[in-house]
Design a protein around this ligand. Structure first.
Ligand code: UGA
Length: 432
């Protein structure tokens, strides 16, 4: 039976906003709290600050039926809430080589300073192993008169399909250490739970590790197939046939076996490094975990070196890169492999001219980066001899072969394999 709960969610980024709207859409009463006044103003006008399939519809619908409200005021947002989820960013910090937890602890301070009843605090932000212990300590030190319970509920939302991933989860993981939190989380998630979407109760340490282990394992699959792709190119094998054939073995599975320019985004790079860092802190020497991200960086560098060689061979100094987002379906350029390849090339060649196209992400590229932004893809293709396809946008797949007749195409995503008979078509893991 559905039990309506009063939920606050701190942080209205990809994770917080998607969770808030999906909970609201199931009938819970949700308040999303964020310190960013512009963001909250937009959300109150039913404008989504991020591009995510299906999100704006949920926003309009649930604002209209009053299941969701947005505020910058913590006291107001936390009033009479049963649960408070923390879904703030935990970005990678170069200096400490692990996640920056300042937003998380600042959110915790704001919660502790503003609650006015007993509450279950649930951490959804991806955090280094052991963070829950630090949170517990902080809650204890605060000595509030209210009873506070702590739980962990990692997210498995893939950008571009985050709403679907939330509504039809492969599993829901709850790290709990008391019955009140377990019952509350089961009540909250009840509408999403079924045979193919089970809820797993475990302890908090396991929940934290399940998140890192899952992301690192998927990153490992991607890195592995990218290493195999390099062998394929040298031996005359075809990486697509290899991925397909491996994937037919159910023990291996067909997901995350698509070779490409390495993994990017705000999760895999950060989480693989963070897991390796935790292993080191635990005095464990774990070569596989230690090297996942190293392999990924080499993949990117290897591609940039091959492009550089081609530029030398053809005595060229300008090119068009199609795709800036770290994958199709999102406008996110955080840790984007296309932009990393470009930086490598720019470092190596002082006189290189690069034009870049992306259907959604160009607005996020800073104006001072030495790149020409393409306003008209067909014209840009006409203007360049060398073209790199770096993101698997559907609109690239649909371009006519005619446009590429006299071009040198380096396809890092296999989206234009219909050009395979052209002598200047190079596909990663096949002939590149
Ligand atoms: C990833 C996970 O898939 C989510 O489950 C997780 O919740 C999320 O991180 C997170 O921790 O927040 P995301 O970063 O959105 O989601 O992107 P993915 O679809 O996983 O792709 C990651 C990278 O791997 C992309 O650069 C993509 O191009 C690359 N990739 C993926 C491949 O190169 N080949 C593949 O077969 C699959």
């Amino acid at each position: 039976m559905f039990v309506k709960k009063n939920i606050a969610i701190i942080g209205s980024g990809y994770v917080g906003l998607v969770s808030a709207l999906c909970f609201a859409d199931m009938g819970h009463n949700v308040t999303a709290i964020d310190k960013d006044t512009d963001k909250i103003a937009k959300l109150n006008k039913a404008i989504s600050p991020i591009y995510e399939a299906g999100l704006e519809n949920l926003l309009k619908k649930n604002l209209a039926n009053k299941n969701i409200s947005f505020t910058t005021n913590f006291a107001e947002g936390l009033k009479n809430k049963d649960a408070c989820f923390i879904a703030v960013g935990t970005p990678y910090d170069e200096k400490t080589q692990t996640s920056n937890l300042s937003y998380l602890f600042s959110a915790l301070d704001d919660i502790l300073n503003n609650i006015s009843n007993d509450i279950v605090i649930i951490n959804k932000s991806t955090v280094p192993l052991g963070t829950a212990e630090l949170i517990k300590q902080k809650i204890e030190d605060y000595k509030t008169k209210y009873k506070i319970y702590l739980a962990s509920n990692p997210e498995f939302l893939s950008q571009g399909r985050a709403v679907k991933d939330f509504q039809f989860p492969m599993r829901i993981i709850i790290g709990i250490e008391d019955e009140i939190s377990e019952k509350l989380l089961k009540d909250i998630y009840r509408p999403f739970i079924n045979e193919s979407s089970p809820i797993i109760s475990t302890n908090i340490a396991s929940a934290e590790l399940i998140k890192y282990a899952s992301n690192s394992f998927l990153a490992l699959k991607v890195s592995f197939i990218n290493e195999i792709a390099q062998i394929a190119t040298k031996t005359g094998a075809n990486i697509e046939d290899i991925s397909y054939s491996m994937g037919l073995d159910e023990r291996i599975g067909d997901k995350f076996l698509k070779s490409g320019p390495g993994y990017g985004g705000s999760c895999f790079p950060k989480d693989t490094i963070s897991l390796a860092h935790s292993a080191k802190e635990l005095s464990l020497d774990l070569p596989i975990i230690k090297n996942i991200n190293f392999s990924n960086n080499l993949t990117v560098k290897n591609i940039a070196d091959k492009i550089d060689l081609l530029l030398q061979q053809y005595n060229m100094s300008d090119l068009l890169v199609m795709g800036a987002a770290f994958k199709a379906g999102t406008d996110d350029i955080r840790d984007s492999q296309p932009l990393k390849i470009i930086s490598y090339l720019q470092e190596k060649r002082k006189n290189i001219n690069i034009e870049i196209h992306d259907p959604f992400a160009l607005k996020h590229i800073a104006e001072n980066v030495n790149l020409k932004k393409s306003q008209d893809l067909k014209k840009s293709i006409k203007d360049h001899k060398l073209i790199i396809i770096a993101t698997e946008w559907r609109e690239y797949q649909e371009l006519s072969s005619e446009l590429f007749l006299d071009k040198i195409v380096i396809d890092l995503r296999g989206v234009l394999r219909k050009l395979a008979n052209n002598k200047n078509y190079f596909q990663l893991g096949v002939n590149f």
